[in-house]
Design a protein around this ligand. Structure first.
Ligand code: PEP
Ligand code: MN
Length: 358
């Protein structure tokens, strides 16, 4: 059930590496350093860099892919991933035995581009991670993931890297809007969800607080930018850490995870419960509004509020769904009896008939 490529025995799954490959030496150094960090399950390295404005460092392209291919012989257990934005990138990655790719935030919001990538990925064993689009549109993100899944890709994961908001008052480069990622997780519960605190925070100082929040929310892993000399990095210098920095972060995360029932963890989970309850109550209000419309129709048709056949069918369907959702049948029966009784009571008020038993 859990994809194997994005999972090792060490939860959370850590993907670490430089924003961009800048030279063969830099790549070799970071691979050597990261190979000593047990938790790192995959190395990230930018090969083709999508720059917001022209003129910056745009990556070394295929030259750097060939270096990765060489490194694989030196470190046979290391896995590598890079960003792809065009079908040609996918082809190059396949030629150079890359293990996984990710679709960046500037690409995942474009259904045409994602469609072309899905076509190029069809029939390959590449793992694919889909970053959230720049816009906080959960449907667009889900749609990109679905396009990749329907290309038959077995190992798919989502990466939450935050959303760009104009003149946002928060200190982050991209606002987390955790609820968007949690909604994706609710819709696709089997999909591994990773957090990219580097692009979210835009500053290495924010990595730790973002990771501990993500951990409280149950994220499965992290993609973190790590550079041998972050201050000299050609891209995203302020948000990268060196390997020592990464080790410290992982240590802090581990401590946080072991404080287990800490108040923050409890509060974060309670906030999730509150958000779900809010949706439940509002959905119940919507359901009751429809029930009132049905009452108007029943009135015109001279029908009773209580329709035993419909009630039996409805309950049967709900119990089937309950089983799929792993819910106790007795609990769902009691819940639906209460909902149905209230619905019939409301309809009877409209029908003006208070004598029908239900
Ligand atoms: C990246 O991971 O290097 C990158 C460009 O990220 P994003 O698409 O999240 O901006
Ligand atoms: Mn970057």
């Amino acid at each position: 059930m859990y994809p194997t490529l994005f999972h090792n025995d060490l939860e959370p799954f850590i993907i670490a590496g430089p924003c961009s490959v800048e030279s063969r030496e830099q790549l070799q150094q970071i691979a050597a350093e990261l190979s000593t960090v047990q938790q790192v399950g995959m190395i990230r390295c930018g090969i083709w860099k999508p720059r917001t404005r022209p003129g910056g460092f745009e990556g070394l392209g295929e030259t750097a892919l060939a270096w990765i291919d060489d490194l694989r012989q030196q470190y046979p257990t290391l896995r590598f991933c890079c960003e792809v934005a065009q079908p040609e990138h996918v082809e190059r990655c396949l030629q150079h035995h890359i293990d996984a790719v990710w679709i960046g935030a500037r690409t995942s919001g474009n259904p045409f581009s994602v469609g072309e990538l899905a076509e190029a990925l069809q029939g390959t064993s590449l793992g694919v991670m889909v970053k959230n689009p720049i816009a906080a549109d959960v449907n667009l993100w889900q749609g990109a993931i679905e396009r990749i899944m329907s290309a038959g890709i077995a190992d798919v994961a989502a990466i939450h890297r935050g959303f760009y908001l104009y003149r946002d008052s928060s200190p982050y480069r991209n606002k987390p809007l955790w609820e968007v990622a949690l909604e994706l997780q609710r819709r696709m519960p089997q999909l591994p969800l990773f957090c990219d605190p580097s692009h979210m925070g835009g500053d290495r100082r924010y990595l730790e607080p973002l990771m501990t929040t993500a951990d409280d929310l149950g994220y499965n892993g992290y993609m973190i930018e790590v550079h041998p000399h972050p201050e000299q990095a050609l891209t995203d210098s302020g948000q990268q850490v060196d390997v020592e920095g990464l080790k410290q972060l992982l240590q802090k995360l581990d401590e946080h995870r072991h404080t287990g029932t800490s108040n923050t963890r409890l509060n974060t989970l309670r906030q999730q419960i509150d958000a779900i309850d809010e949706r439940l109550i509002r959905a119940m209000g919507d359901r009751m509004a429809i029930s009132r419309k049905i009452a108007q129709l029943k009135k015109t048709e001279h029908m009773d509020a209580y329709q035993p056949q419909r009630w039996r069918e409805l309950l049967h369907q709900r119990l089937t769904t309950a089983q799929e959702a792993g819910l106790d049948a007795h609990f769902v029966r009691v819940l639906y009896e209460a909902i149905h009784t209230e619905s019939i009571r409301t309809q009877e008020e409209i029908l003006g008939d208070f004598n029908i038993e239900n």
